[in-house]
Design a protein around this ligand. Structure first.
Ligand code: MN
Length: 442
């Protein structure tokens, strides 16, 4: 549903928000949690151009009214959980108030520009924190292209298991090791069994990979025992971010049967700091993935005409790589793949509804991840396992270096943005992480 906050003609008194190509125009207004350097407190803010508007301070100055004031009051305490717990109407009212506050014609700003400037901090002057306290984290497997490509590597004759087109596959991830963009990633050590060896060894992973994914923050939760109907799913989704599900493929291939990924994934997951609300994404919704002729329809609890019509999302996702040598030579990160979230087999509403369908309670700030976003063509493959065909076809980088999997010093940079004619482009910012060497050991 589009409203005044999506108006492409809207401009902000924050001039950097009007620059073409910015990730954070006034039509976006993503929420994050930041800390000014030399300050201890984390604070809730929204990104606007190259600045952050302090939402907590705006709220305490009495700039919001009605539902927006209630939502603004929930923005204290240094996490988004309390805001996420409020109704979609509260969140929408706060967005409308922030849009009005930041609009070029805002009367309060015209009467006191100094006050406006005191509410802003340059993004370059802050450290970003995790947006929420994440109680539980679940990772899905929603790209049929990813599932097929990976399945083919392990089971050439039978790439896609028979449950795939019926049940959104997922596993319970680890919440404690989710870190914000920019946090160094220690290469893990673990049990690895070489295909030729009889027994495993405990050693540093040498098949370290990234996975390009989209994170979904749960808004208002559900009571234990009370499923969420597919048509109500979107009112339980606060917003989306970028997510890198770091994966140690050698540890994974030895440990994953029969209960799925465990230590191959739980050492780290990186999140982008800005949460783009579902409302901000409204202009970029599209039909759900068109299932090929012969595929089963979703079971009734996962089927809704509204979700089929607008459950998809035109979100372009890119991965870039920057090696230590590239950094030394002053080179820019090199793009290695580009995919679209429109290629996902399951919608985010289906993932959430399926998760709660057994009565499992989801709580505000819980995180769902989409699974690796891969598309039908080779350069839309969202991890190195697929992109290099398990190392058989290495990437060649501008320095002449090659990569089968990640080396120490490599930085992985995820980016995402939505574009459509008649709408203002919005972006997700970046999700970055640099691999550092494993701890020494036998
Ligand atoms: Mn994953």
């Amino acid at each position: 549903m589009l409203n005044a906050t999506h108006d492409p003609a809207l401009r902000s008194w924050v001039s950097s928000a009007n620059a073409p190509g910015t990730d954070f125009p006034i039509q976006n207004l993503p929420f994050g949690v930041f800390r000014r350097r030399a300050e201890a407190d984390c604070r809730v803010g929204v990104a606007i151009g190259n600045q952050i508007l302090d939402v907590e301070k705006s709220s305490s100055l009495g700039l919001f009214h009605g539902l927006a004031a209630e939502a603004g009051a929930a923005c204290s305490g240094g996490t988004l959980n309390a805001l996420m717990a409020l109704s979609a109407a509260h969140q929408s009212a706060l967005r409308a108030a922030l849009s009005a506050q930041l609009a070029a014609d805002a009367t309060w700003y015209r009467s006191d520009p100094q006050l406006g400037l005191r509410l802003l901090t340059p993004i370059s002057d802050v450290e970003m924190c995790l947006p929420a306290t994440i109680g539980d984290y679940t990772d899905f497997y929603a790209s049929v292209y990813h599932a097929t490509n990976v399945g083919r590597l392990f089971r050439p004759d039978n790439p896609l298991l028979p449950n795939y087109k019926y049940v959104p596959i997922g596993y319970h991830g680890r919440a404690s090791s989710i870190v914000v963009s920019g946090t160094p990633i220690r290469r893990p050590r673990g049990q690895i069994k070489d295909p030729q060896a009889d027994i495993p060894v405990f050693a540093r992973s040498h098949l370290l990979d990234y996975e390009l994914e989209v994170g979904v923050f749960v808004g208002p939760g559900n009571e234990l025992g009370q499923p969420i109907a597919i048509d109500a799913a979107s009112t339980h989704i606060f917003g989306l971010c970028l997510l890198n599900d770091w994966s140690a493929r050698d540890i994974q291939s030895w440990e994953y049967q029969p209960l799925g990924p465990f230590l191959a994934k739980s050492f780290a997951t990186t999140l982008s700091p800005w949460v783009v609300t579902l409302e901000a994404l409204a202009p970029f919704r599209r039909a759900a993935f068109t299932r090929p002729e012969g595929d089963p329809a979703p079971l009734p609890y996962l089927f809704s005409s509204a979700d089929q019509l607008l459950g998809g999302l035109d979100l372009t996702l890119e991965v870039a790589l920057l090696t230590e040598q590239m950094r030394a030579e002053g080179l820019e990160p090199v793009p290695v793949s580009r995919g679209s979230f429109a290629d996902m087999y399951w919608t985010i509403a289906q993932l959430l509804t399926h998760h709660a369908s057994n009565g499992c309670n989801l709580r505000p700030g819980d995180l769902l991840a989409s699974g690796t976003v891969s598309g039908p063509v080779k350069d839309s493959r969202g991890c190195l396992l697929e992109l290099t065909t398990r190392g058989d076809e290495p990437l060649i980088l501008p320095t002449g270096e090659s990569r089968r999997f990640l080396e120490d010093g490599d930085e992985v940079i995820l980016r995402g943005y939505c574009e459509r004619a008649g709408a203002v482009r919005i972006g997700f910012g970046e999700c970055r992480g640099i691999v550092v060497s494993a701890l020494p050991g036998a």
